[in-house]
Structure formats: C-alpha cells, structure tokens
Design a protein around this ligand. Structure first.
Ligand SMILES: Cc1cc2nc3c(=O)[nH]c(=O)nc-3n(C[C@H](O)[C@H](O)[C@H](O)COP(=O)(O)OP(=O)(O)OC[C@H]3O[C@@H](n4cnc5c(N)ncnc54)[C@H](O)[C@@H]3O)c2cc1C
Ligand code: SF4
Length: 515
C-alpha cells in the first residue's frame, strides 16, 4: 500500500488551498479527487449548456427529509465548486466571529477570533489575487495589508447604480473579485472581462479558482501527486480507533487503499459529513469523529435570493459583480437584527429564463424575455442561515439525506423589501424585483447548496463540536477537516475566502506538526 505524509481528500477551496500551502515542504502529499479536470471546451461559456442543461452539475441524487430525490447543485471537478463560483472573495466580518443575535436565534461564536484568521485572510487574498478597495465597506473588518490588486472598475450602468445609491444615502463599495484582470494593460490581461463568469467555468483560466491557483501550483512540486476520478468511500482506523490508517478509494471500478500520517477531509460540507458517517466502525459506531453526535448537523447554506430589477435604460454590462452593499448587514432603522449582504450576480441572459416564463411574464407581461434580459440588473441577497441541529446530513445505505428547514425567513423577507423599496431611486422600474430561479439552479431550495457549510464544526468542547481548534478531530490523532463544514456559523457573505484562509491556518499547524 502506498504511504504518504499527507492525504488530502477533495481539491476545492479547502483542499486545493491546503495542497498549495503544503507543497513546498517537500512532504509526500497525495490529493484524491472524485471528479476529473473540468474540460476546457466552448460549452464553458455557453449559457444553455451551463444554466439550462446543467452540464457541470453532478448527476448525484440526494434526498430531502421526506425521501423526495433531488439533484444537488454541486460540482465534482479538480477545483471543486470554485470552478463555477462567482469568485466574490469576502472576509467574514469581525463580529461574525462572536455571538450575534438574529431574529430567529443566536449565531454562535467561532473558537478563534477574527484577529487569529486575519493574517491568513491577507495571505488568501494574495494567493487568490483578490481585487478590491479598502475603506469603502462600512462593515469591513480590519486588515493588515491592502488588497493585492486594485478594485475592478464598474461598467457605466453599475457606476450609475453606485452613484444613485450614494445619492440616496447608501454606502456601496467595490466588491472583492477574484479574477485575473489587468485593466492597466488589457492586451496582456489573462481575464477578458466577459459576461459568462458567475456560475460558469472560465475557459481562459483567468478566474481565481482552486484548480488554477491551488492544485496546479501544487503539482509543480514533484512531491505532490493527484489522482482524479478517485472517490474516497471510507476511512479505516487502527484497532483502538485513535488514528486513520487507510483511505479507501473507488477508482475505475476497483478499490484502492492508501495510508497517510495525516489525513485531511475537504470534500465539501455535505460530502465530508457523508464520508465520516459512512466510516462508522466498532470503535466509532456513530461515524468517525462523531462522539459528540455533531457530524452532519448544523447544516447551513445561506438564505439567498437571486433577483433581477428592470432598468429603465438598457443594461449593457458584461461583468456585473463589481458592487456590494452591506448597509443592512447588521440591521436597519426598522429592524434590530441582521438582514444580510447585497451584491450583484452575473448578468441575466435570455437563455437563462427558459422554464421561468410563467413567473416572469406574470410580473412583467408586456416584456419579452429578450427585452427583460437587456434591461435586467441582477442582485444576490444573502441572509445568514443559523445552525440548527435538526438541519442535517444523514446517510443510509450510501444515500445522502439532507433535512433542512429555513431559518431567518423574516430577515430574508425584509432584505428583499429593502432592495425593492430602493428601485425607484435607482432609475429602475419600481414594481418589479423578479426572482431568478435559473441562477439558483433549481426551484427546490435545498438543491441550491452552493454555499453549504457547518456539518463538522470546530470548537473547544469535544461534547459540542467534531473538531478541535486546529480542525483536528477531537477523537482521532491524525484526521483533519479544512472545508466549509468546519464553520460554526456562516455569516452573510460568501464563504470561499474564509475556507481558504482557514485552510492556510490549519496548513501552518500541519507544517509544524510534520517538521
Ligand atoms: C455557482 C456557484 C457560485 C458560487 N459563488 C461564490 C462566490 O462568488 N464567492 C464565494 O465565496 N463562494 C461562492 N460559491 C461557494 C464556494 O464555491 C464554496 O463555498 C467553496 O468552493 C467550498 O469549498 P470546499 O472546499 O468546502 O468544497 P468544494 O470547493 O466543493 O470542494 C470539495 C471537493 O471535494 C471533492 N469530493 C467530494 N466528495 C469526495 C470524495 N468522497 N472523494 C474525493 N473527492 C471528493 C469534490 O469533487 C470537490 O472537488 C459558489 C458556489 C457555486 C456552486
Ligand atoms: S470575467 Fe474573466 S475570469 Fe470571469 S470567466 Fe470571463 S475571462 Fe474568466
């Protein structure tokens, strides 16, 4: 059996980042990824292929609490979900690391303070080439360095939106974007600033994803090996159950086994929980690392709403994700609890509306879908989802069940109403703020699990958390987790940069351990 110093399972935001950080150490590192390389093909940028045919979504079937099957919006490729992500690379707010009271309850504190993660946020912003402008976002946490790249400029309609928001008394800011755009030298810019970014793979490899900036740089080191189409199905332990001794992989229809001094799970929140739960044994009858019964629980995924408003003038923007608004992050004049974050999503295109005709035409009967797309200005509204023990992943006979009941619906409704109430001042049709189900991939809410988190939370108390402060399983000496499943709470900004930063933090711990 091949033996490695470190085995990393999954190559997304958590796993890909860790691989890059550990690679220069010279340690023997094995990356196991159930997916393949995402093919570079014209379909990467074809709206129908990506949004209508779901070309890059796994055909996996999961089940809701009633046993109804659904196709989850997850992506199995080298780079994981970051291959498709919008690369809005936000830090959590400093306050998100403490307890925050919400309408539906308390968002729990993290076992580390923001200040402990801050240097790793800075490093993650450098590795993932984040473009942004400090000092504009009123909720921005303190930072030890400027953004490594200047903010991506607004295109004219979005600049007008920013100006109108300021005139109306709001504080919009340039959103942190992970795209390799060099506006000062366009002929040499890797990114061409296109309209097919958010939710699409980048054909030009110009998006700051975990394949391009995590796995590929790691593989430049001869001590790093990647196996694709290698699905880890089980982790076996020694007789006492104190350490993982074998990683069991299904590959090309056959079983293979690998050993690692350190084993790191980074399969994404639902799949990491699944892997640990289905690794139950005599010494770990409820699943690995699950003496606390927390594995699989506290699933969160952001109460997000993708909406479009209709601009009076056409909106010719190509790359729309340049603006954010956090004025309601912690509440509003008429609501004492957090509402959430407002940002832009990729620009609507008529092909995305297929299947949405009834909803769209009911709201805007005189508008054709093409005209709607030309005038659309698209927003993404995110309210924090609270961790609830009943919102959980369970596994039965290899089948993944996701039981989920929404939290913070009132805050979500109010955030929507806030945005709707602004439209008249923003040169937009005041009556229409239309839901975009295509962007959510599916009108079954739990299938839109792009921002899944929380199923293996880390903490100081082994009775209430699965992992310790270094994200090592309390009950095993060599099992770590570095994906979004470690999040004790999710905040209301996008999760990837936090997963990357935490992975770098855990990586430093592992470098010390492996010395
Ligand atoms: C369309 C879309 C847009 C998004 N936009 C943003 C955004 O703008 N900003 C942001 O911050 N976040 C965004 N996200 C979310 C972000 O991509 C995720 O939060 C992040 O990638 C999670 O990182 P992870 O390491 O937990 O999991 P992933 O990145 O999903 O990586 C998990 C990896 O594990 C692999 N894997 C799973 N099971 C196994 C197994 N059993 N064996 C081997 N390998 C396995 C998977 O194939 C995958 O490669 C978006 C997501 C989507 C889908
Ligand atoms: S905007 Fe840039 S990073 Fe995004 S898909 Fe287009 S070329 Fe790639």
């Amino acid at each position: 059996m091949d033996t490695y110093d470190v085995i990393i399972i999954g190559t997304g935001a958590g796993g890909g980042t860790l691989a890059r950080h550990l690679a220069p150490s010279g340690k023997r590192i094995l990356l196991l990824e159930r997916g393949d390389w995402l093919p570079r093909e014209l379909e990467n940028w074809l709206t129908e292929a990506v949004f209508v045919d779901n070309r890059y979504v796994t055909p996996d079937t999961w089940y809701d609490a009633d046993g109804t099957p659904f196709q989850p919006g997850v992506h199995y490729f080298v780079g994981g979900a970051t291959k498709l992500y919008g690369a809005a690379l936000y830090r959590l707010r400093k306050e998100d690391f403490g307890e925050l009271r919400h309408h539906d309850g308390v968002s729990p504190a993290w076992p580390i303070a923001y200040d402990e993660l801050e240097p790793y946020y800075t490093l993650a912003e450098q590795l993932y080439r984040v473009h942004g402008a400090r000092g504009e976002d009123p909720t921005e946490p303190p930072s030890s360095a400027p953004y490594p790249h200047p903010a991506v400029s607004h295109e004219p309609r979005i600049q007008q939106l920013a100006d109108d928001l300021v005139a109306a008394g709001y504080r919009p800011f340039h959103a942190p974007c992970g795209i390799m755009l060099d506006e000062s030298d366009p002929p040499f810019s890797t990114c061409i600033r296109c309209a097919t970014c958010d939710g699409f793979p980048c054909l030009a490899h110009a998006k700051s994803d975990a394949e391009v900036l995590g796995v590929r740089p790691a593989l430049e080191h001869p001590n790093v090996t990647l196996l694709t189409n290698a699905k880890v199905v089980r982790l076996d332990t020694n007789g006492e159950g104190t350490a993982v001794t074998e990683v069991v992989v299904e590959r090309d229809g056959a079983e293979e086994r690998f050993a690692g001094d350190v084993v790191v799970a980074a399969c994404g929140a639902a799949n990491t929980a699944k892997l640990l739960l289905q690794s139950a044994s005599d010494t770990h009858p409820n699943g690995l690392a699950n003496g606390s019964d927390q594995v699989g629980r506290n699933y969160m995924f952001h109460d997000s709403t993708a909406v479009l408003a209709l601009s009076r003038e056409e909106n010719a923007t190509a790359y729309q994700k340049t603006l954010g608004l956090n004025d309601f992050y912690f509440g509003s004049d008429d609501f004492d609890y957090p509402l959430g974050n407002v940002q832009m999503v990729g620009k609507s295109q008529a092909a995305m509306f297929r299947g949405e005709r009834p909803q769209a035409t009911r709201l805007a009967p005189e508008w054709t879908l093409e005209r709607m797309a030309r005038h659309a200005i698209d927003f993404w509204l995110s309210t924090e989802d609270l961790p609830r023990p009943e919102n959980r992943v369970t596994v039965n006979d290899g089948k993944l069940t996701l039981a989920y009941t929404e939290t913070n619906a009132e805050a979500k409704k109010r955030l929507y109403a806030k945005v709707k109430s602004m439209l008249g001042k923003l040169d937009m049709n005041p009556d229409h703020l239309i839901h975009r189900f295509a962007y959510m991939k599916n009108d079954i809410p739990i299938a839109g699990c792009a921002h899944q988190a929380g199923t293996c939370r880390f903490g100081t108390d082994a009775a209430t958390s699965a992992l310790d402060v270094n994200c090592k399983a309390h009950e095993l000496d060599n099992l770590y987790v570095v994906d979004t499943s470690v999040f004790p709470s999710i905040g209301a900004v996008n999760p990837a940069l936090t997963a990357m930063a935490n992975s770098l933090r855990v990586g430093d711990h592992l470098l010390e351990r492996l010395k």
